[in-house]
Design a protein around this ligand. Structure first.
Ligand SMILES: O=C(O)CCC(=O)C(=O)O
Ligand SMILES: [Fe+2]
Length: 235
């Protein structure tokens, strides 16, 4: 797998410090418009996918998504490998602070081999498609006991011209306290890294754990596509 040059050029110091402080960090631009459009065009090619989920049927919100089948498109696999390598040491730091024994290997293929050995063999990268009125309820993308604590989302539609509303939202649930929300503005081709579920948060008496959830507010008009890159595979 060729390392993705865009990933190594990102401002990792800023991204990791923001991810640590808030549980979510925009990455800036990752994909050009043509690539976004090409990825969107894959949505109707069923051979690329292993399953389709209609969100209303499961109470997940409104809209739909499809999980890619193997082999993943090269651009997705490149981003998944590239991001993983930058995030694995950071994820190990989070687990250490949360008192979790799990440590992640340096390379994605080694981590995926661990997932596969325990039956988490199905690829999790996905394309999501929302029309006017659709939304994605607050949730966590946990697919089994093997869980990588950070994931990536990339907006594939242009909020300036293709849709309105549809903001990416994160909530942070603090123990015995009210939840706090964060909205992450994204441009077309821009990404955000965020916590899948629990993360450590620095407090005046050391770290405590907060529970993070993400979702998408109602699309007011137009059509919004995203690419989700989750690092653990699914059962
Ligand atoms: O459409 C979005 O912005 C969020 C998608 C999502 O839930 C995910 O990538 O896990
Ligand atoms: Fe999600």
């Amino acid at each position: 797998m060729k390392p993705n040059p865009i990933v190594s050029r990102l401002d990792w110091t800023r991204i990791l410090s923001e991810l640590d402080e808030f549980g979510v960090a925009p990455t800036g631009p990752l994909l050009d418009n043509e690539t976004c459009q090409a990825l969107r065009a894959l949505y109707d090619r069923d051979a690329q996918f292993r399953s389709r989920i209609v969100m209303q049927r499961h109470g997940f919100g409104a809209g739909e998504y499809k999980y890619f089948a193997n082999p993943l498109p090269e651009v997705i696999s490149g981003l998944r490998h590239g991001f993983y390598e930058h995030l694995a040491p950071f994820a190990n730091g989070w687990n250490e602070r949360m008192g979790l024994a799990r440590r992640y290997p340096c390379e994605l293929d080694a981590f995926l081999a661990e997932c596969h050995a325990d039956g988490q063999t199905r690829p999790t990268p996905l394309l999501l498609k929302y029309g006017a009125g659709d939304y994605n309820c607050l949730h966590q993308d946990v697919y089994g006991e093997h869980l990588f604590p950070v994931q990536l989302v990339i907006l594939l539609s242009d909020p300036q011209s293709e849709f309105a509303g549809g903001e990416f939202v994160m909530t942070e649930q603090r123990p015995r306290m009210q939840s706090r929300a964060e909205v992450v503005p994204l441009g077309i081709g821009h990404g955000a890294l965020f916590a899948v579920n629990d993360r450590p948060k620095a407090g005046s008496r050391g770290d405590y754990r907060v529970k993070m959830r993400h979702g998408v507010s109602r699309i007011r008009s137009g059509e919004r596509f995203t690419l989700g890159i989750i690092f653990h595979d699914a059962k």
